[in-house]
Design a protein around this ligand. Structure first.
Ligand code: NAD
Ligand code: MG
Length: 391
């Protein structure tokens, strides 16, 4: 039986890895929709090779480019934010949510209505609107399958286990390129240095978030939202090798660890074939060649994002949406050269503080509209804080 699938963000790093897996067994899938951004050539190439029914670019002004790249095919084309949500309205059995940033929330949310599986790489969805997303999935008997490597690892370690037996969840962090840099050097870090991740090959934005540990901060909140576990039972540990992805500690003292090569096709493939396990084209670990696995405590002074994540988890409610939007705006400001590397955390902290005086952050958002309003306000506030720190 062929499975109907859609990939949101197919031209990105996660998207391309997903396409790679699908392309290995094309007869098994019926590709409903592929979506991308400015890389029209790649989107068109993917749509042709997978014989997709629909290709969507997020940018309205690229519609004609996409149309001409797909002339001579039967593939429908569309553009813009609404077209992304319309694409999610087309029934599919398995949908990959791999748009980067809060923009990924809306199509992912819309896709849940079909009651299929939502493979969730877009961690921002859970950080900004976790309870709304989980409630929507439950309402339609849809299944959210985590794709972030740490959360996939936890999900796998929990198979057959009772959440009541879980004492703690430990997610690992590589520590990124600045793991052993002194604070003064981190303050002067350049864009090129921040993008160079030691172990994982990822999109630009998540690579910089890994260097600042904002990625791990988002993942702590993602863990809290997805597994519904108390924040004080979630830990992040630095593990420079990126071999162990996460561990689950049970109340009898056992720790179940998930090990694997740093290749996102494992987590994507697990979500694709779940609840089965199938052969995946990922390299197998040679443990003797690896030799040792090392772990260390993260340093919240050099990486303040982790401290901020703890505060966000303690506050709950809208704090996640503010945190994520402020982080995205601060990241834009760093990428454009407006602010320095450590200013990103300062901007996010200042944004959380100023919005907290305007509204009670702990009140949960009641709808996606509410999330969008909070997101808008937080971006605006963060841009002002970034402008004030601009060098
Ligand atoms: P990427 O930047 O490589 O790709 C992002 C995709 O989203 C592209 O297809 C791009 O065209 C599209 N996109 C960007 N802005 C958009 C917008 N405003 N509207 C619609 N589409 C837009 O990103 P990535 O590294 O593949 O990450 C995607 C998601 O997966 C992120 O949420 C990230 O945190 C998560 N994730 C990534 C990795 C990884 O290894 N890359 C690992 C775990 C989780
Ligand atoms: Mg991760």
């Amino acid at each position: 039986m062929t499975r109907r699938i859609s990939i949101f963000g197919s031209t990105g790093s996660i998207g391309q890895n997903t396409v790679d897996l699908i392309a290995r067994d094309p007869d098994a899938y019926d590709v409903v929709a592929l979506t991308g951004g400015a890389n029209i050539q790649l989107l068109a190439e993917q749509a042709r090779s997978l014989n997709a029914s629909l290709a969507v670019t997020a940018y309205d002004d690229r519609l004609e480019d996409l149309r001409s790249a797909l002339t001579g095919t039967e593939i429908e084309v569309a553009a813009g934010a609404q077209a992304l949500c319309d694409a999610a309205d087309r029934p599919a059995d398995w949908v990959m949510s791999a748009i980067v940033g809060a923009a990924g929330l809306y199509p992912g949310f819309a896709a849940l209505r079909h009651g299929g599986a939502l493979a969730l790489a877009n961690k921002e969805s859970l950080v900004t609107a976790g309870p709304l997303l989980l409630a929507e999935a439950q309402k339609h008997s849809a299944r959210i399958l985590p794709v972030d490597s740490e959360h996939s690892a936890v999900f796998q370690a929990l198979v057959g286990e009772d959440m009541d037996a879980v004492e703690r969840i430990v997610i690992t962090a590589s520590g990124g390129p600045f793991r052993d840099w002194p604070l003064e050097a981190i303050a002067k870090a350049t864009l090129a240095e921040a993008v160079a991740h030691p172990n994982w090959d990822m999109g630009q934005r998540i690579s910089i978030d890994s260097a600042s540990m904002f990625n791990k901060a988002l993942e702590l909140i993602e863990t809290r939202e997805f597994f519904r576990i108390d924040p004080d039972r979630i830990e992040a540990v630095v593990h420079p090798g990126s071999i162990v992805h996460a561990l689950v500690g049970f109340k009898d003292g056992a720790l179940m660890a998930h090990l694997g090569a740093p290749d996102m096709r494992h987590a994507i493939g697990y979500a694709l074939h779940w609840p089965e396990r199938r052969d995946l084209p990922v390299s197998r670990l040679d443990l003797a060649a690896i030799g040792t696995l090392s772990f260390e405590h993260p340093d919240e002074t050099r990486f303040p994002a982790l401290r901020l994540a703890r505060e966000v988890m303690a506050t709950g409610g809208r704090a996640g949406a503010v945190f994520n939007a402020a982080k995205e705006a601060a990241l834009d400001a760093f990428i454009s050269g407006q602010i320095g590397f450590l200013d990103m955390a300062a901007v996010v902290e200042a944004t959380l503080e100023s919005i907290d005086t305007e509204m009670s952050l702990s009140i949960p958002p009641q709808s996606l509209d509410c999330v969008a309003k909070v997101d808008h306000l937080a971006r605006h506030t963060a841009r002002n804080h970034a402008a004030a720190r601009s060098h």
